[in-house]
Design a protein around this ligand. Structure first.
Ligand code: GLY
Ligand code: MN
Ligand code: MN
Length: 438
């Protein structure tokens, strides 16, 4: 595990880069300052309980403050950023602890006892409000699209501080994944495996970057499987787990698939693992991610043909759309403060979209890769009843070996997902590195 000293070593440079980025973006969009609201608690209907707090990622980009409702950052070019640090005198809840010097030294801190005191600190001029409370500012200047496009593009190139946080999120994630795998091999239920994952990371559900997918056997074919069976299964044949961890708001997003059975499904996992590693190794600057997604389709079709799951050759499977029956999602996405991080589809500061390839509506990243990008690589191969049945109803049903498919359905599906840094040289696979060190 990285120490606080290691994580904080590049923080000053990170803040300096944010200052330069925001200064340029505000100037280009003709704003004098920006007000960045961390967010307000969302209260349940007809009650006074709060949903788990998800801070504004633009606030988190500046500050490692993941539980700080109502705090506000005010940035004015040429000045030290001001943080209205919300620390209420509240006997119902535990207020945030005092600021820590490693981050606080880079801000002018004003402790706020009541929400909204920050209004007094808004400089004169034209200010942009960034946050999810639209009543905050003048109508035109709440989340201005041009400004957001610029900030989102900047967020696609991580600073050294961000890379350290992302590496740590992968280290924690890999540690928890190993605990989950062990629980699977002991025959435990989805619920018990989930608890083992959380316990290994010493967090609870609210500490996860996204709801974990903990899927035994056929449940692996449900792409965003959201239940956790309490009962232990009669047989623990296969296990797909998609679960991450966080460090100062930066996420990991990791999927592994295991089987306890020798045979075809184990061989398929092996083929998918080889294919996935090959894709990760080629995530280099200058590569069009759309091409990588299409390559994944061609290679997965090759795996389907090699394993006799389809009766046609790989290129026919891609051309006819059959590969999409087994692999219906995108190859991956940017990763950062959000699991599905921003900026994956925009060409430039105008926000113009880079189109997805025809027939691939779920791809979340269409850009040409640059050094400093962090993204996921998550090819999959699933036996999804509804998609298979649609294909069977068509005239090309013979392109599938249905007997093989029936034999593999009880194993659900395979996804292998790593988090990769694009560099000037070889890509850095943070997830594989973390598993190796764990
Ligand atoms: N865990 C969500 C995803 O892989 O995109
Ligand atoms: Mn992902
Ligand atoms: Mn995932």
């Amino acid at each position: 595990m990285a120490s606080m000293e290691q994580i904080s070593r590049h923080y000053a440079d990170h803040v300096a880069r944010l200052q330069a980025t925001w200064e340029a973006a505000l100037a280009a969009e003709q704003f004098d300052s920006a007000v960045v609201h961390a967010g307000s608690p969302i209260v349940s209907f007809l009650d006074d309980y709060h949903y788990a707090f998800r801070p504004n990622p633009h606030f988190l980009a500046w500050l490692p403050l993941t539980h700080h409702e109502e705090s506000v950052l005010i940035f004015r070019p040429g000045h030290k950023p001001v943080l209205y640090f919300y620390q209420p005198d509240d006997f119902w809840h535990l207020p945030p602890a005092d600021p820590e010097p490693w981050w606080a030294d880079h801000f002018e801190i004003r402790v706020e006892r009541e929400p909204g005191e920050w209004h007094q600190g808004v400089p004169v001029g034209r200010e942009a409000y960034i946050g999810d409370a639209p009543e905050l500012g003048a109508e035109d200047d709440v989340n201005p699209p041009g400004l957001l496009h610029r900030l989102h593009l900047a967020r696609t190139r991580k600073t050294d501080y961000e890379l350290d946080c992302l590496r740590q999120a992968s280290v924690t994630g890999a540690h928890c994944h190993l605990a989950a795998e062990a629980a699977f091999r002991e025959g435990r239920s989805e619920y018990e495996i989930h608890q083992a994952y959380l316990a290994a990371g010493q967090f609870d559900d609210a500490g996860l970057p996204y709801p974990s997918i903990v899927a035994l056997n056929r449940h692996g074919a449900v792409l965003h499987y959201q239940q956790r069976d309490r009962a232990r299964p009669a047989r623990s044949d296969a296990f797909l787990i998609d679960a991450g961890a966080s460090c100062h708001g930066y996420c990991s997003d990791i999927t592994r698939t295991y089987t306890t059975k020798e045979g075809e499904f184990a061989a398929l996992i092996g083929s998918m693992d080889t294919l996935q590693r090959g894709l990760c190794n080629d995530m280099k600057a200058g590569v069009d991610y759309r091409e990588m997604h299409l390559r994944a389709h061609a290679e997965i079709a090759g795996v389907l043909a090699d394993h006799g799951i389809i009766t046609c050759d790989a290129s026919d499977a891609v051309e006819s759309g059959l590969s999409g029956v087994f692999y219906p999602h995108g190859l991956g996405h940017y990763l950062g403060l959000q699991t599905h991080d921003v900026g994956g589809l925009i060409a430039d500061a105008t926000g113009r979209e880079i189109p997805r390839p025809d027939g691939h509506p779920f791809l979340r990243l269409t850009r040409t890769l640059e050094s400093g990008n962090v993204l996921t690589v998550e090819p999959g191969l699933y036996f999804i009843d509804s998609l298979l049945e649609r294909w069977r109803a068509g005239r090309r049903r013979d392109m599938i070996d249905w007997e093989r498919v029936e034999a593999l359905k009880p194993f659900g599906g395979i996804r292998i997902e790593d988090d990769v840094v694009v560099t000037d040289g070889e890509p850095e696979n943070m997830t594989r590195n973390a598993f190796e060190d764990a």
